[in-house]
Design a protein around this ligand. Sequence first.
Ligand SMILES: Nc1ncnc2c1ncn2[C@@H]1O[C@H](COP(=O)(O)OP(=O)(O)OP(=O)(O)O)[C@@H](O)[C@H]1O
Length: 246
Amino acid sequence: MNSIIKLRNVRTAFGEKVVHESVNLSVPEGSIYGILGPSGCGKTTILREMVMLQEFHGGEIEVLGHNLKKIRYKDAMELRRSWGVLFQYGALFSSLNLRDNIALPLVEYSDLSEAMIDEIVSFKINIVGLKAEDAYLFPSQISGGMKKKAGLARALAMDPKLLFLDEPTSGLDPISAREFDSLIVKLRDLLGLSIVMVSHDLRSIYDTLDYVAIIDNKKVVYEGNLDNIFSVKNDFIETFFNGIKR
Ligand SMILES: Nc1ncnc2c1ncn2[C@@H]1O[C@H](COP(=O)(O)OP(=O)(O)OP(=O)(O)O)[C@@H](O)[C@H]1O
């Protein structure tokens, strides 16, 4: 299986504090891949390292065939456009309506005509399950679930191959959370995406993920599918999954 992301012996430290000693993982193309682990183990940090928002201090990270330590500036700019990101606090701009929020990456990174941008935005609004008329609403006028969908539409604006989601269902009520999970799986199938996701939501983990990496004690203690997680003895796994198999 082709790996779209590979981490080898990644080390991360903030001053004296070592967060990752040696993280190894590899994300198969076309999969929905979860990064799990106790609070503070460095899940968001790993995600930020993958999208070049956070420096790492040892080892190698390869994304879509590019080694992030050696990448040239021009290739890095290009690479940044080939993924979409929906981070936990990646809020929409409150002064822009949904149409303009979703259009933002296209306005910034492409020289497409206004009419073409309108067409792309309408398509993205539609695939995330928002209504055409929602385009003219402002973030303060919509629900949490709609905000997540709009954030997702913006992350998909540039037709990425790869999508990064940090706690996508946090703050959503259970119905909206399950709706968002189905949307993620549907979009992966429809658009052939690879998705890397940090999550604490057990239902979401079971309903969406193909593979997981569990980070604990500064390294990956388990990588594989969810059916075999109890093959390793680990306190986080015992407590978090509460002995319950899928
Ligand atoms: N910029 C930074 N400067 C200093 N320390 C940081 C920085 N970013 C993260 N950390 C520390 O690194 C550790 C890992 O943080 P991170 O947010 O990646 O964890 P997490 O596993 O995503 O946590 P949670 O599940 O609670 O969201 C934490 O102890 C955090 O305080």
